[in-house]
Design a protein around this ligand. Structure first.
Ligand SMILES: NC(=O)c1ccc[n+]([C@@H]2O[C@H](COP(=O)([O-])OP(=O)(O)OC[C@H]3O[C@@H](n4cnc5c(N)ncnc54)[C@H](O)[C@@H]3O)[C@@H](O)[C@H]2O)c1
Length: 313
């Protein structure tokens, strides 16, 4: 039996990118999945692909930074699939957000960014947790063979009720120049994850975050193709100890593991899924890459399209 058989999941921003990879993997592992996204055709087509592959999925249109949608997605998943076990909070993409340092960022951009990066996570949990509690553990839940101390005993609080996985970023662990709203928002997601892990652990719900490195989604693939070249992409890869960037599958795999029963004792963790990017001593990297950069003066990265704002000359 697949590891998530019987479980029901919500994946926000599941139409494309990392959310798409997460929805695919949870469904392949047996979960029934509600995709919630502002992109109606993308969400419908992702759900259709999952159905074609023999999984169970459905799509709902909505902006998860509003409480109305946070409530509606939980009502919908319970109506349609009868329960809720897993909430993956992944949606991001703020149209018209003017990010920069504190000098450039507007108050409006701050509120817009924080609404989706941070408040959506609080709203999602606020409405999902009571539904997870009402659902209880899956019918066939088996606590495993161990019978001694180390398992809850006496008058135990609930076990294996639910899983929340928040998609953070390496940008929540380390800072990049000129994107104050994003960096601050992701750091806040890490704090919120630990807070919720403490608050919801006694309810039988684990809460973890994943901090992806550079994951080449459909959108980033297009950006690399449009503005960069092979030499530039190789410069990106060379910064990773595993010598490659990530894919949506890498994130789907990590999320599925955190949602499995094997991960029952893991909570409050911010798990980097970044090929080792964030464990390196930063100052060595550029110095080590000096020869490669000098040998490839025509290299172009996606920053050449105006993505990055930091220029350290
Ligand atoms: N791709 C990366 O390299 C990378 C790295 C680190 C962290 N992340 C994080 O992973 C998550 C997904 O990023 P991605 O690169 O897959 O982005 P993406 O733009 O490819 O996909 C984001 C999805 O979220 C949806 N969305 C946007 N705003 C929404 C809203 N208000 N309500 C509902 N849905 C909404 C979009 O329509 C889209 O389907 C984000 O939280 C991002 O910060 C991505």
């Amino acid at each position: 039996m697949a590891q998530l058989t019987g479980k029901v999941a919500i994946v926000t921003g599941g139409a494309t990118g990392l959310g798409g990879g997460i929805a695919d993997k949870l469904a392949a592992d047996g979960a029934r999945v509600l995709i919630v996204d502002i992109d109606e055709s993308g969400a419908n087509s992702r759900a259709a692909t999952i159905l074609d592959n023999g999984g169970a999925a459905s799509a709902m249109v909505g902006d998860v930074s509003t409480e109305e949608v946070a409530k509606a997605m939980v009502d919908r998943v319970v109506d349609e699939f009868g329960r809720l076990d897993i909430l993956v909070q992944n949606a991001y993409g703020v149209i018209g957000l003017q990010d920069g340092s504190a000098l450039e960022t507007t108050v409006e951009s701050w509120h817009k960014g924080m609404s989706l990066l941070v408040m959506a996570h609080f709203l999602g949990a606020k409405h999902a947790v009571p539904a997870m509690q009402a659902s209880g553990p899956p019918e066939d839940y088996d606590p495993g063979p161990w019978e001694g101390h180390g398992l809850r005993h006496g008058d135990p609080p609930p076990r294996e009720i639910g899983r929340i996985v928040n998609i953070s970023s390496v940008h929540g662990l380390l800072q990049a120049a000129g994107t104050m709203v994003y960096e601050t928002g992701k750091a806040a997601v890490n704090g919120l994850t630990r807070q919720m892990a403490i608050d919801f652990g006694p309810l039988g719900i684990t809460v973890n975050a994943i901090a992806p490195g550079h994951m080449v989604t459909e959108n980033l693939e297009k950006l690399w193709k449009d503005v960069a070249n092979e030499e530039g992409f190789h410069l990106e890869e060379l910064q990773y100890p595993v010598r490659r960037t990530g894919t949506p599958h890498d994130i789907g795999n990590a999320v599925s593991f955190l949602c499995s029963e094997e991960a029952a004792f893991i909570t409050g963790v911010v798990l980097p899924v970044d090929g080792g990017l964030s464990i390196q001593l930063q100052e060595n990297i550029v110095l080590e890459l000096k020869n490669y950069i000098q040998e490839n003066p025509g290299l172009k990265t996606f920053f050449d399209g105006g993505f990055g704002t930091g220029d350290r000359r």
